[in-house]
Design a protein around this ligand. Structure first.
Ligand SMILES: [Zn+2]
Length: 320
């Protein structure tokens, strides 16, 4: 393993006890009307930046000198069991324990007969998620890539990300065939609902920059939702806004047929292939080619494929 780990996992055990009735979930009520805003870290147990950002927020006095200005603020460390197994010697092993926590959010799964450590945790978190008007879910990525915002399937997600002003790359995608994400659940995935959610991918899992992006995006989200005042937020911002934001609409997933799947040139997330008809990957006798100019490669997986694994998603820049 030659992965360089620049981040240390913070000790989150001080945040276990809460008055919410669920460990590692904290509800701060302002006593004034306003939105219910939920911020979540550790949907995936090996994505340290979100835990670092929430730990930082507590260190700023959250729950003591710092309380939401209106509505309620829910702070959640999600897959704490997976996180507890994090080891720098095998940092990828702690993404989840039994299954991906971010694929279990359809009612048929959540309230179905299945059982796993993640399903049990999701069932604990569901009442908080369903109460939230705004959700901010903090993630990081396996491979090096500019930060990007997963805005969901609907344009209202991209609208909210534009109000946030960062990161530079916004994604509208087609969801995950293997299960509903939290950010697409209920009103978040309903164009008629005023509820809205954002999932930020802050950078590569172990890079210091992912923690900086996580803290900055958290501060901006709290400011945008009116949870903190502008002067508090502005004093804590450390990164400039990108000069512009560009929206990528994902319309295709490329799936491995076998372990032979491989890219035909070195690839990095958000690379653009200029010409339609360009071969970019091969799997046995099958060659994958782009079907339009300026195809964007979204989160290409550099791991060996297994049949059925999504290896890359393809999209194009929105002209707006
Ligand atoms: Zn993640």
């Amino acid at each position: 393993m030659n992965t360089r780990i620049e981040l240390l996992p913070p000790d989150i055990r001080p945040y276990r006890a809460s008055t919410s009735g669920v460990d590692y979930v904290h509800v701060f009520a302002s006593g004034r009307p306003g939105p219910v805003v939920m911020v979540q870290a550790l949907t995936h147990g090996n994505e340290l930046c979100g835990a670092i950002a929430l730990d930082w927020l507590f260190q700023q006095g959250l729950g003591r000198s710092l309380m939401p200005l209106h509505g309620e603020l829910i702070i959640c460390f999600a897959n704490v069991e997976a996180y507890a197994r994090f080891s720098p010697a095998d940092p990828n092993a702690s993404r989840c324990v039994d299954e991906d926590l971010n694929r279990v959010w359809h009612d048929s799964v959540l309230f179905g007969p299945g059982d796993s450590l993640e399903l049990r945790r999701a069932r604990q978190l569901q009442p908080f998620v369903d109460r939230a008007d705004l959700l901010f879910d903090i993630h990081s990525m396996q491979d090096a890539c500019r930060p990007l915002m997963v805005c969901g399937l609907l344009d209202k997600g991209a609208t909210l990300a534009r109000e946030l002003g960062m990161p530079g790359d916004l994604l509208i995608d087609t969801g995950h065939p293997s299960g509903l994400r939290m950010r697409d659940r209920g009103g978040f995935g309903d164009p008629a609902s005023p509820k809205n959610a954002l999932l930020i991918e802050c950078g590569q899992h172990w890079e210091q920059s992912s923690a900086d992006v996580a803290i900055d995006s958290l501060v901006r989200f709290l400011k945008l939702s009116g949870m903190v005042d502008t002067s508090w937020a502005d004093a804590r911002l450390r990164l400039p806004l990108p000069p512009k934001q560009q929206l990528i609409r994902v319309d295709q997933a490329v799936t491995a047929l076998s372990a032979d799947f491989h890219f035909l040139q070195p690839v990095r997330g958000l690379d653009v292939i200029a010409r339609a008809g360009t071969a970019f990957a091969q799997d046995g006798d099958t060659v994958f080619t782009t079907s339009y100019d300026n195809t964007v490669l979204v989160m290409p997986s550099l791991k060996h494929g297994k049949p059925g694994n999504t290896m890359v998603r393809l999209g194009r820049f929105d002209p707006t």
